[in-house]
Design a protein around this ligand. Structure first.
Ligand code: AMP
Ligand code: ZN
Length: 473
């Protein structure tokens, strides 16, 4: 079986990868902060991790993936306070949306989705360990900090030394409660807004809540053990999040926290980082309403290598929509009884084998999605030509089917008609309802605008007897 190679952020090199025990990959993936539905940027990272787990499984390993849900944090507390809710009232519905969007995108479920608020005792135990080892201290403000000057390996992942802000370097000390301005909070003393929103717990250091970095270390080690095979996330997490996860975990256990670190590059919109704070957000729901199927969105994401930045644009999404239409047409043809009855040629069997070899070699070489897609599209072109010859050999059609299924079991880019259609129908109904409301409010400009939106997508509407009907075309 081929070797599997992966870029390791720790060494800045592509290296051979295998799980420590030879069978199960223990993989931790930083999950969403659940205060707003995740945007396509977040999902680019989750799709990269979906590709990872599918390729690891294809290579023959069992995957045990844990993805945390950060359900307590500053933004969640702020949102809860604004809305007069508790943090769980804010996060529960967002978690439901997260899983709905994840399933829409055909992202396989992780083996566990731990919520930070369910692991408070484990987090407190980890802080106690760090305090007893003398690498953490409680400051005058009541919070507990990690003393990075007492962890010499600090900065190894992000190569902080080359950025000259290493621990001990002279920095402006504007925060006198901490020993060092770079020290980060493990446990944050409770403020009134934390108490008001249900974001405070008892601890040996008084009421408080965990820091974000601590959550991941405690949950990862509790569910996967002290040394993970693989830790993934978006590139923005390298510093400080992953650097701090390493510091806390390794200072407590004395063993490496993760053998390999893997980071996905960003999704940009017109060159700018996509983030919830800025307006350039595309939600999965929005993309669904715009009739982008999961297949098209997966194609769009996998068509750029995970370590390269990817720009979101209407044209690129449109191109992916066209591309997966070809995949769908081919799948339909290949799986038809007619294809089997007419049969294939020996050349069909040959190109099928070659496509599998090429796609697997690409995927096992640092998850080369674009090259795997190229192998698939070349195969589709060649196979269509061979099928046109009606070679009469059923066996070669069966081999072509098996080859196609094997490659698509990783990429998963055959569009489902109904899937795209029902999302579109939902969107149409929703727009018609918005138009009804606008008309009720005598806002005819808005109502006409909505009719225009529908027309632009090929939907004709007809009002009769107080009801609105729609049809396509
Ligand atoms: P958050 O919900 O902000 O904690 O982020 C969840 C995951 O999405 C993390 O792995 C981030 O690195 C990742 N992420 C956030 N923004 C983007 C983006 N624009 N492109 C790719 N990944 C992102
Ligand atoms: Zn994390």
């Amino acid at each position: 079986m081929s070797d599997f190679r992966l870029y390791n952020t720790l060494s800045r090199q592509v290296e051979p990868f295998a799980p420590a025990d030879g069978t199960t990959v223990r993989m931790y993936t930083c999950g969403p902060t659940v205060y707003n539905p995740a945007h396509l940027g977040n999902f680019r990272t989750f799709l990269f991790e979906d590709l990872m787990r599918r390729v690891l499984a294809l290579r023959g390993w069992t995957v045990r993936q844990v993805m945390n849900l950060t359900d307590v944090d500053d933004k969640i507390i702020k949102r809860a306070l604004e809305q007069g809710k508790t943090i769980s009232e804010v996060t529960e519905p967002v978690i439901v949306v997260f899983h709905r969007d994840r399933e829409y995108l055909r992202i396989q479920a992780a083996e566990a989705y731990p919520r930070a608020t369910d692991f408070i005792p484990q987090m407190i135990a980890l802080v106690e360990r760090l305090v007893s080892r003398g690498v953490a201290y409680q400051a005058d403000d009541g919070s507990v900090y990690f003393a990075i000057s007492r962890f010499p390996a600090y900065g190894r992942l992000s190569r902080l030394d080359t950025r000259e802000i290493k621990a001990g370097a002279r920095v402006l000390q504007d925060d006198y409660t901490k020993e060092n301005a770079q020290d980060f909070a493990l446990w944050k003393a409770a403020k009134p807004e934390d108490e008001a929103t249900g974001a405070a717990w008892d601890s040996p250091w008084g009421r408080g809540r965990p820091g974000w970095h601590l959550e991941c270390s405690a949950m990862a080690m509790d569910l996967l053990g002290e040394t993970l095979d693989l830790h993934c996330g978006g590139i923005d997490l390298i510093f400080p999040h992953h650097e701090d996860e390493i510091a806390q975990s390794e200072a407590a256990t004395g063993v490496p926290f993760a053998r390999v670190w893997s980071h996905g590059a960003f999704l940009l919109t017109e060159g700018a980082k996509m983030a919830k704070r800025v307006g350039n957000v595309s939600t999965v729901q929005g993309l669904r309403e715009a009739r982008f199927s999961a297949a098209a969105l997966r194609h769009f994401v996998f068509n750029t290598h995970y370590r390269k930045e990817l720009n979101l644009s209407e044209e690129a999404l449109e191109a992916s929509r066209q591309a997966v239409r070809r995949v769908g047409d081919f799948a339909g043809r290949l799986r038809s009884d007619t294809a089997l009855a007419l049969g294939g040629t020996p050349e069909l069997a040959r190109v099928a084998e070659a496509a599998v070899v090429r796609a697997e070699a690409a995927l096992f070489d640092d998850l080369n999605g674009p090259e795997a897609l190229a192998a698939l599209f070349d195969f589709i072109r060649q196979a269509n030509a061979e099928l046109d010859r009606r070679g009469g050999d059923r066996g070669s059609v069966e081999r072509a089917r098996a080859a196609f299924d094997r490659i698509d079991s990783i990429l998963d880019i055959v569009p489902e008609r109904e899937e795209a259609d029902s999302a579109f129908a939902e969107w149409i109904e929703e727009r018609i309802e918005a138009r009804r409301v606008a008309r009720g409010a005598r806002d005819f400009a808005a109502a006409d605008g909505i009719r225009g939106e529908l027309t632009a997508r090929g939907v004709t509407i007809e009002d009769s007897g107080g009801e609105t009907r729609w049809k396509l075309g």
